[in-house]
Write a protein that binds this ligand. Structure first.
Ligand SMILES: [Zn+2]
Length: 187
């Protein structure tokens, strides 16, 4: 809401940089660094980073938190004129929420070929049996989005190797965010 109005509403990289900024906040808090923002008519009305550990809530993915913010901002659960930017391809839970909210377009950074639900493994956002379909734009600032995840998990491994990693961090990697999964297959 407080964004300057000079930005080009069609500049996907601009908005992905905002999502990356959210992801960096996650990394600082020892969360798997994934960030999401929601744009409505050129304004950012939702911005969040993954907070699963902080909130002790497995549903607290960046996309879920950003969707809730956007719904509050608009006073409506329908986000039909909204676009969601996220640094990693949404999982099935988030893709389900995106469909419930009828988000117009989903733009993501790196695909998740094992767990992604926007074409990486499944494509829930364009399932032929559902009424709503979202447009998908993959691979925006892919390298930056992969790098932040790789650095996070490399650091986690380094700390574990040094015996500094605590139980929380060890559990995180087993939840399945390891960087090897994040292979970009091309749009
Ligand atoms: Zn998710």
């Amino acid at each position: 809401m407080d964004e300057p109005q000079i930005i080009n509403p069609f500049d996907d990289e601009y908005y992905m940089r905002e999502a990356l900024r959210q992801a960096r906040k996650a990394a600082k808090q020892d969360e798997v660094p994934i960030g999401a923002i929601i744009v409505h008519q050129g304004s950012i009305i939702g911005r969040a980073w993954n907070q699963v550990e902080t909130l002790k809530d497995a549903t607290a993915h960046a996309e879920m938190l950003a969707l809730t913010q956007a719904e509050s901002a608009l006073g409506d659960w329908r986000l039909t004129d909204c676009d969601l930017y996220v640094t990693k391809e949404p999982c099935p839970m988030c893709a389900g929420a995106i469909m419930h909210c009828r988000v117009r377009r989903v733009i993501f950074g790196c695909p998740d070929v094992k767990g992604g639900a926007a074409g990486g493994f499944w494509n829930l956002l364009q399932a032929p049996n559902l009424n709503h379909r979202a447009e998908i734009t993959p691979g925006v600032l892919n390298d930056d989005c992969v790098r932040i995840l790789k650095e996070f998990f490399a650091e986690a491994r380094r700390r574990r190797a040094e015996g500094l990693e605590h139980k929380k961090g060890a559990a995180k990697e087993s939840e399945g965010g390891d960087a090897e999964r994040l292979v970009f297959d091309g749009p």
